[in-house]
Design a protein around this ligand. Structure first.
Ligand SMILES: [Fe+2]
Length: 317
């Protein structure tokens, strides 16, 4: 399943009600787990009108007992209070954020990852990296979320390419699962940022895979942030072990951004979106702006024209 829709959730809650269920297991990637979260909301609130729950703390009712069993390592949905859902009719993709969406339990079994194809290993692993980096750069981070991000980033740099190169490497898979969980915990407190806002708009419009979208966008946004984030990126570069001792803060930050591009290249993630069309730029920028402002405590706030400029950079010329 890619990008769960309100239609998917309606089907799932029909089964839930017909079978008199009293609990939900979300088994699969982030989209399957988000679909299960949506199903829990539909069951608890007895409605499939989801636009009511868009935004923060609109659910406010205990969901049926919910276990998340991720079969990818990256979305972090097993550790978060968010679900991202696409409206089947309007194609709008929005986040529902509420503490009630936190799974009652998460089962992290690395054996479930062994069959994950290479491209999904890459996309979901880079999604985890993006969660960790955006949470780390945000102004709402805490000592604890910073530690979670740092730990996730170290694990990702040590294990993502290994698990991409050899999908049967159970240790690398285990470590990526932990990284995904830590990054999920970090961003559920400290939020994601402009990378995710742009990726959600792209995903809703062209159904681009979420992890692929964020991994391509991440280095462009970090470059755009410039000096405002050099200190933090330099520190992350040290954690990722891509810097050298005598490097200046600026050089370390540049090396960290470069290392993200290198990971994308080594795992064949891509650098642009061939789907992007000039006539869509304004509505994409509007959607990204609506999502990011004022919700995300990003280090550099973007205007609508900033978002248009960033989308333009991502077009195949
Ligand atoms: Fe994500």
């Amino acid at each position: 399943m890619a990008n769960p829709t309100t239609e998917n959730i309606k089907e799932a809650v029909n089964v839930y009600n017909e079978q008199n269920c009293d609990g939900i297991i979300g088994f699969g990637g982030g989209s399957a787990i988000d679909c299960a979260k949506g199903t829990g909301i539909a069951a608890a609130k007895n409605t499939t009108d989801f636009s009511r729950f868009k935004g923060v703390l609109k659910v406010r009712k205990k969901l049926p007992y919910f276990v998340a069993v991720p079969t990818t390592a990256g979305t972090g949905s097993e550790a978060t209070i968010a679900a991202v859902i696409t409206d089947s009719e309007t194609k709008e993709k929005y986040a529902i954020i509420d503490t009630k969406l936190m799974p009652d339990a998460a089962v992290l079994d690395p054996e479930l990852l062994l069959g994950l194809p290479q491209h999904m290993t890459a996309f979901s692993g880079m999604d985890a990296l993006t969660h960790a980096v955006e949470a780390y750069l945000n102004r709402s981070n805490t000592k604890q979320t910073k530690m979670l991000s740092e730990e996730a980033i170290e694990l990702i740099y040590d294990n993502l390419y290994k698990s991409y190169d050899n999908g049967q490497d159970i240790q690398a898979r285990t470590n990526m699962q932990r990284a995904s969980y830590f990054a999920g915990k970090a961003f559920t407190r400290a939020y994601v940022g402009n990378v995710h806002a742009m990726a959600h708009a792209l995903g809703a419009r062209y159904n681009v895979q979420h992890g692929q979208a964020v991994s391509i966008i991440l280095p462009y946004i970090l470059e755009e942030y410039g000096e405002a984030v050099h200190g933090k990126l330099a520190h992350l570069g040290d954690i990722a072990k891509v810097t050298e001792e005598g490097d200046s803060i600026e050089v370390k930050a540049e090396k960290f951004i470069e290392s993200i591009k290198e990971l994308n290249t080594k795992m064949d993630v891509g650098t642009k979106f061939k789907e992007l069309k000039n006539e869509d730029l304004k509505s994409l920028a509007d959607a990204a702006y609506r999502e990011a402002n004022p919700l995300y405590p990003v280090p550099v706030m973007f205007s609508k024209s900033d978002f248009i400029r960033m989308y333009k950079q991502l077009m195949v010329s």
